[in-house]
Design a protein around this ligand. Structure first.
Ligand SMILES: *[C@@H]1O[C@H](CO)[C@@H](O)[C@H](O)[C@H]1NC(C)=O
Ligand SMILES: *[C@@H]1O[C@H](CO)[C@@H](O)[C@H](O)[C@H]1NC(C)=O
Ligand SMILES: *[C@@H]1O[C@H](CO)[C@@H](O)[C@H](O)[C@H]1NC(C)=O
Ligand SMILES: *[C@@H]1O[C@H](CO)[C@@H](O)[C@H](O)[C@H]1NC(C)=O
Ligand SMILES: *[C@@H]1O[C@H](CO)[C@@H](O)[C@H](O)[C@H]1NC(C)=O
Ligand SMILES: *[C@@H]1O[C@H](CO)[C@@H](O)[C@H](O)[C@H]1NC(C)=O
Length: 263
C-alpha cells in the first residue's frame, strides 16, 4: 500500500517535470555578474531525441545557434562568438546552456528546440538582466536632502518617509543602466530624521539622515522662521568682544565643520 502510494507520487512528480511536445515560455531575471544556467525541456525517455538546438537572439545582434545531434553525439554548427555563452558541460551528457558571467548585453531570448521522434519540444527564456543600484543619501544646504540610486537596471523607485517637497528624475546611461535621483526639501522644524526608501527587484534598501546634523539651518516652526544656530552666533559675538576673534573662528569651524556660508 505504502509502495503504491509512493509510486503514484513519483508518477505524479515525473509527469509534472517531463513535458509533452509543445512550446513553453519563461521570464527569467538574473543579476549581472552571476552565472545563469538554462535548461532544455525534460522530454520523456521514450521520445527518441534526435537534434537539440539553442537559438539565441540578443538585442541589436544577429541571432546565433549551437546544436547537438544525439544520434552521433556530435556538436553541429555553433556560430555564437560570445565566449561567455556555452554548453554548461559536455553537451552529449547535458544540454543545459550556461551564461557566465551575465552582462547587460546578454538580455534577450534563448530558445532550446528539441526534435524528437514523437514531436518537437521548445522552451524559450526571456532573459532580463538586473543591476543593483548604488544608493547614496546626502544633506545639502537649507534642509534639502538628495537620494540617488546610481546605475541600476531596471530603474529603481525612490520613496520618502516622511514625504517632503520632492523633485524626482531619471538619467539613462549609455550602458543601459538608470540613475534615479530625488531631492526633497523639509521646511518644517518638526521633521528631524528623513528616510529614503529605494525599491528595486534586487532588494529594497533604505538610508536615513538627520536634518540637523552639525549645520546652520533655517526651519519653520508654527509659522515662525527660527535660526537654530543663532544661539551659537550670539556666543561667538560675545566672545568676539573679548578679542579672541581668531580662536572663535577656529571654534566655530570645529562645531560646524560643514558650514559653507553664514546667514
Ligand atoms: C549564425 O547563423 C545563422 C543561420 O545560418 C545566421 O542567420 C546568423 O546571422 C549567424 N550569426 C552569426 C553571429 O554569425
Ligand atoms: C551519446 O551520449 C550519451 C550520454 O553520454 C550516451 O548515452 C549515448 O550512448 C551516446 N550515443 C552515441 C551514439 O555515442
Ligand atoms: C554604467 O555607466 C555608469 C555611468 O557611466 C557607471 O557608473 C556604471 O558602473 C556602469 N554600469 C555598468 C553595469 O556598466
Ligand atoms: C531655503 O528654503 C526656503 C523654502 O522653504 C526658501 O524660502 C529660502 O529662500 C531658501 N534659502 C536659501 C538660502 O536657499
Ligand atoms: C509638521 O508640521 C507641518 C505644518 O505644521 C504639518 O503639515 C506636518 O504634517 C508635520 N509633520 C510631521 C512629520 O509631524
Ligand atoms: C520592495 O518595495 C516595494 C514597494 O514598496 C514592494 O512592493 C516590494 O514588495 C518590496 N520588495 C521586497 C523584496 O521587500
Amino acid at each position: 500500500m505504502h509502495t503504491l502510494k509512493s509510486t503514484l507520487a513519483l508518477r505524479l512528480l515525473t509527469s509534472i517535470i517531463i513535458m509533452v511536445p509543445g512550446k513553453y515560455n519563461t521570464w527569467l531575471s538574473v543579476q549581472m555578474g552571476t552565472k545563469a544556467v538554462l535548461c532544455c525541456p525534460r522530454i520523456p525517455p521514450t521520445s527518441g531525441l534526435i537534434l537539440t538546438t539553442w537559438k539565441i537572439h540578443l538585442r541589436d545582434k544577429p541571432s546565433c545557434s549551437m546544436s547537438l545531434n544525439r544520434e552521433t553525439n556530435q556538436s553541429g554548427k555553433n556560430n555564437c562568438t560570445d565566449g561567455r555563452i556555452s554548453w554548461a558541460s559536455r553537451p552529449d551528457q547535458n544540454l543545459e546552456l550556461q551564461i557566465h558571467p551575465v552582462s547587460i548585453s546578454h538580455e534577450g531570448d534563448y530558445r532550446c528546440e528539441m526534435g524528437a521522434t514523437d514531436g518537437n519540444f521548445e522552451h524559450t527564456y526571456h532573459l532580463q538582466v538586473l543591476v543593483s543600484p548604488e544608493v547614496t543619501l546626502s544633506l545639502e544646504k537649507n534642509r534639502t536632502v538628495e537620494c540617488k540610486a546610481i546605475a541600476g537596471r531596471p530603474a529603481a523607485q525612490i520613496f520618502w518617509a516622511p514625504e517632503g517637497d520632492c523633485v524626482t528624475g531619471k538619467e539613462y546611461q549609455d550602458n543601459g543602466t538608470v540613475t534615479t535621483r530625488s531631492r526633497c526639501h523639509y521646511p518644517d522644524c518638526n521633521v528631524s530624521t528623513v528616510t529614503c526608501l529605494v525599491s528595486h527587484p534586487t532588494g529594497n534598501r533604505s538610508q536615513s539622515i538627520d536634518l540637523f546634523a552639525g549645520r546652520l539651518t533655517f526651519c519653520k516652526a508654527m509659522g515662525l522662521d527660527i535660526l537654530l544656530a543663532s544661539i551659537f552666533c550670539l556666543i561667538l559675538c560675545l566672545l568676539n568682544l573679548s578679542s579672541f576673534f581668531l580662536l572663535d573662528i577656529g571654534l566655530f569651524f570645529i562645531f560646524f565643520p560643514h558650514v559653507q556660508y553664514f546667514y
